[in-house]
Design a protein around this ligand. Structure first.
Ligand SMILES: [Zn+2]
Length: 251
């Protein structure tokens, strides 16, 4: 069982270094008692970084996956990398922040964009994923290209005049009685999800999500949208990318 320490609060998504204990060494990987490494899921790629036991060489984490209640940190060099670690070791974990912050910008940008697409055109986002500096969304119906021009303007505005992003945890029964977001349903909530982790962009969007997000829309920066692509089933693919590597500093 690995505690997903990055889930608790927005600020926990900004933790770049942490200490944890090795609880298992399955083939090619390391299981810790707690981690701030994000494991692949919900369209967001895994973090990378390093793990280092005191007095030993740091080993590179090249992938992170969930396996039941455990998070497996996969190491460069497989068994050779694992040789630097022993069950019971305290290790220092370091997250590749440039990569993680890019995912946070894409992910928070996607929440905002999905909220605006619903508000402006009534389109729900049924799927979203991130890779490199690009986000790919699938909407549940057709979309005029002019809507994306307007949404790009909305992103510009919310970067220039930042709004806070917050997390709340609601009991599942309460969420089922009063889902706070008309557009949510990106991925249907699994029955065991309780409490529901809701990400709120003040005044513009609410959505249940287990990913990592910015604390302010000011860090999103300008987004470049590709023309909307009609899909065979009547839906639309929307792709956007971050215009600059680091336009906005963490607040
Ligand atoms: Zn999210």
């Amino acid at each position: 069982m690995t505690e997903l320490a990055y889930l608790a609060s927005i600020d926990d998504g900004y933790v770049r270094t942490f200490r944890a204990r090795v609880v298992a060494l399955p083939p090619g990987g390391v299981v810790l008692d707690r981690t701030y490494f994000y494991p692949t899921g919900g369209g967001q790629p895994a973090d990378r970084g390093t793990l280092a036991a005191e007095g030993r060489a740091a080993v590179e984490v090249v992938d992170v996956t969930k396996s039941g209640p455990a998070v497996i940190h996969r190491l460069k060099g497989g068994a050779a990398g694992r040789a630097e670690l022993t069950v019971g070791d305290e290790v220092d974990g370091t997250i590749d922040w440039e990569r993680r912050h890019r995912h946070m910008r894409l992910h928070t940008g996607q929440h905002f964009v999905s909220g605006r697409l619903f508000a402006r055109a009534g389109r729900r986002t049924r799927k979203a994923s991130f890779s490199g500096a690009r986000a790919t969304l699938e909407l549940d119906g057709p979309l005029e290209a002019s809507v994306l021009t307007s949404v790009a303007g909305d992103v510009h505005d919310v970067t220039a005049a930042p709004r806070p992003v917050t997390i709340r945890h609601l009991p599942r029964a309460e969420w089922d009685r009063h889902p706070l977001s008309a557009r949510s349903g990106l991925v249907p909530l699994a029955p065991q999800v309780d409490p529901v982790r809701v990400i709120e962009i003040e005044g513009s969007d609410l959505c249940p999500c287990g990913g990592t997000h910015l604390r302010s829309t000011g860090e999103i920066g300008e987004l470049a949208f590709e023309p909307p692509l009609p899909l065979g089933d009547g839906g639309t693919r929307v792709v956007f990318s971050l215009k600059a590597d680091e336009p906005a500093r963490p607040a």
